[in-house]
Write a protein that binds this ligand. Structure first.
Ligand code: NDP
Length: 321
């Protein structure tokens, strides 16, 4: 197997591991660490707080169960073109599990040996488990969303109307979770009509009897449901200069607003919710709970046990920014 770039010496790799540096494909080629290794792959990956969350949870678990003392979670910068090679190398090096973040979740879906049935309709995987014959792919984002909405807004996705903003990968995962949990209705808004049409078409069968419709965020129809949970799954709000994904005041009063974005912690959409006196929460809890579920898949330890240490680490990492 050929890996581009300069060869990495064992001493250099050891020092990078000890200093929690961003690792590369070349580091993976030279990998010789004993113990159980986990990884997150992304492009870019530098600012991911997943290593802080997972290593905090592993340290807490090791306090009760010595088998976790040699478990560590690493971050790898991997270009999408190199993802197949990275996955092969991680499997050959017997990494127990892998998390995938932007832009790898959909690419990896087509590259794994097996897919957890719940991840099938999402068409994307964020968690891989090592098995003899190859990687098994899971998607824990939907679980993370449902757990965070319950924890931060005291709401269940089942039985309530949902207004979902966005038609990208995160929106697809959220839509599948809302339908599978039996929301009362699902209404999706997206800037680009073609992407909205494609998403609605792919959800139609799964919706069954649940009302499913779409609209342009610039022209909300008059018959939108009142008391809906508004979920922002667009990336509008990541940058200061981004427009609002929707003018909240043009919707019937929502019961709450959940924004998947967590950096910045208070997006313009969440500020608008606050101004209207509507309960609101950002996406940090979703990140925590999807991570705790991934660790459950790798370790067998229930997600609820790891979530508190992951949440504390995530909050500390965000406070340090
Ligand atoms: P994608 O690139 O797949 O989709 C982006 C979506 O945002 C599209 O619907 C796009 O609309 C819309 N969009 C982008 N810019 C704008 C804009 N200026 N105005 C209106 N709409 C816009 O991204 P993902 O689905 O992967 O991620 C979406 C968001 O969810 C990101 O902010 C990501 O950080 C967050 N996320 C959070 C997670 C968590 O754990 N908290 C987990 C996963 C994602 P169009 O079709 O018109 O281009």
């Amino acid at each position: 197997m050929h890996v581009n770039g300069a060869a990495v010496s064992i001493g250099n790799l050891k020092s990078k591991i000890e200093n929690s540096e961003v690792l590369t494909l070349a580091d993976l080629a030279a990998w010789s660490r004993p113990g159980t290794s986990l990884a997150v792959l992304g492009h870019p990956i530098k600012h991911s707080i997943s290593p802080a969350m997972h290593n905090a949870a592993l340290a807490a678990l090791a306090g009760h169960e010595p088998r976790f003392a040699d478990w560590r979670y690493f971050r790898f910068e991997v270009h999408p073109d190199d993802l197949p090679q990275a996955l092969d190398l991680l499997h050959a090096r017997q990494f127990r599990g892998v998390n995938l973040t932007v832009p790898h979740k959909m690419i990896a879906f087509d590259r794994v040996a097996a897919i957890d049935p719940a991840a099938g309709p999402v068409g994307a995987v964020n968690t891989l488990l090592w098995e003899d014959h190859g990687w098994r792919g899971f998607n824990t984002d939907g679980y993370g969303l449902a757990a965070a909405v319950r924890e931060t807004l005291a709401l269940e996705l089942a039985g309530i109307p949902i207004i979902l903003l966005g038609a990208g990968g995160a929106a697809r995962g959220a839509a599948v979770e809302c339908l599978q949990r039996g929301c009362a209705s699902l209404t999706i808004a997206n800037r680009t009509p073609g992407n909205l049409t494609n998403l609605l078409a792919s959800l139609a069968l799964m919706a069954g009897g649940i009302p499913l419709q779409g609209f342009s965020p610039s022209e909300p129809p008059p018959d939108l449901p009142a008391n809906a949970l508004v979920i922002n799954a667009t990336s509008a709000g990541l940058r200061d200069t981004d427009p609002l994904p929707i003018a909240l005041a043009t919707l019937p009063r929502p019961t709450a607003v959940f924004d998947m974005i967590y950096n910045p912690p208070l997006t313009p959409l969440l500020r608008a919710a606050a101004a209207l006196g509507v309960p609101h929460a950002n996406g940090l809890g979703m990140l925590v709970h999807q991570g705790a579920k991934a660790l459950e898949i790798w370790s067998g330890i229930p997600a609820g046990m790891s979530a508190p240490s992951m949440a504390a680490a995530a909050q500390m990492a965000m406070a340090g920014r």
